[in-house]
Design a protein around this ligand. Structure first.
Ligand SMILES: [Zn+2]
Length: 328
């Protein structure tokens, strides 16, 4: 990922910004966290001489520390090794490696789990200005990969999402924003969801029906600023990943070849859309059929009110494409 905003005072870097609504990640060198913490404490003390309330500095969780696979888990509450929430994580890492066709780096990843939202929010407010209100954060520095989150009902999804970013950034020196987020969205799902992201299917179906969205990988590849990545871009990124991984051996091979190129280069590669060659236009039509199939699958499972009929897609979009679609 490109470096952003070198701080002239601290020579630290903001590495990663994930602005998905309601959550997510960003990165900074841990020294800036400590510096900001100190500055904020000073500011709070200064402000306390007036009317502003004093807010004590928040610390990273450290009550419980244990390792699980390459994860070093820290929490500020009692958390036992082998908790089912954590047990699922190594399996998702293996599945990511299989999808990419790569062996993932074993770099340790520090996971900080706060007991409650208030403590987490206070830490974020003090140390990560601009990212308060997120449910979880991914931080990449020159020397560390960290995931921060707090205990709540969607913690499993948040950990799977942010850890996917961490696994990817530990292994690939550079990857495009759409692929980074598309894979994180794909692997954030619980195993029982079988990679069927109901919220994204529903959203894209509605956007297509309203005439506000058409699939286009080249357009998606042009996004480099995470702040411009909105729900539709997250959803389409997920759809492309799902389409490439789960439909035909030809597409899976193209995807894995591209991942192998990314691993061996530290500079932006030609985009995946250029690798599709003459297949690109046909694939951008075929992905609509794939979306329609997913909507039908959801309709059958009654997970979301999306249906193939509501997509409004004419039949036979992918007549030029082979029909050897692999099952889920
Ligand atoms: Zn993300």
């Amino acid at each position: 990922m490109p470096r952003v905003s070198p701080d002239p005072l601290t020579r630290l870097y903001c590495w990663r910004v994930d602005r998905r609504p309601g959550s997510r990640a960003w990165g900074r060198n841990s020294r800036v966290i400590r510096l900001a913490l100190t500055c904020l404490a000073c500011c709070c003390l200064w402000a306390s001489s007036g009317c502003a309330p004093l807010e004590l500095p928040a610390r990273l969780p450290s009550q419980t520390v244990f390792s699980q696979s390459n994860l070093l888990i820290h929490s500020d509450f009692a958390l036992l090794p082998g908790h089912r929430l954590l047990d699922q994580l190594p399996a998702r890492k293996s599945e990511l490696a299989t999808a990419l066709g790569l062996e993932l780096a074993a770099e340790p990843i520090a996971v900080y789990l706060f007991a409650d939202e208030a403590t987490f929010a206070r830490y974020a407010r003090q140390n990560l200005p601009g990212f308060a209100g997120r449910r979880a954060l991914f931080v990449k520095t020159d020397t560390r990969l960290m995931v921060l989150a707090h205990w709540q009902d969607q913690l499993g999804e948040d950990l799977r999402h942010e850890l996917t970013h961490a696994y990817l950034h530990a292994t690939l020196p550079w990857l495009p924003l759409w692929l980074d987020e598309g894979l994180a969205e794909y692997f954030e799902l619980a195993p029982q969801a079988k990679s069927l992201h109901a919220r994204h299917v529903y959203h894209l179906a509605q956007e297509f029906k309203a005439g506000r969205w058409q699939p286009g990988l080249e357009r998606l590849e042009n996004f480099q600023d995470p702040s411009q990545f909105q729900e539709t871009q997250y959803a389409e990124s997920w759809l492309w990943v799902d389409f490439l991984l789960s439909t035909t051996p030809e597409r899976l091979q193209l995807f894995q070849n591209y991942a192998a190129e990314l691993r061996n280069s530290s500079s932006p590669q030609p985009e995946l859309s250029t690798r599709m060659g003459s297949s690109r236009a046909a694939w951008e039509l075929a992905i609509l059929d794939h979306l329609k199939e997913l909507a039908t699958e959801l309709q059958g499972s009654r997970e979301e009110p999306a249906s193939a009929d509501r997509l409004g897609l004419p039949a036979g979009h992918s007549a030029a494409e082979p029909s050897n679609v692999a099952g889920r």
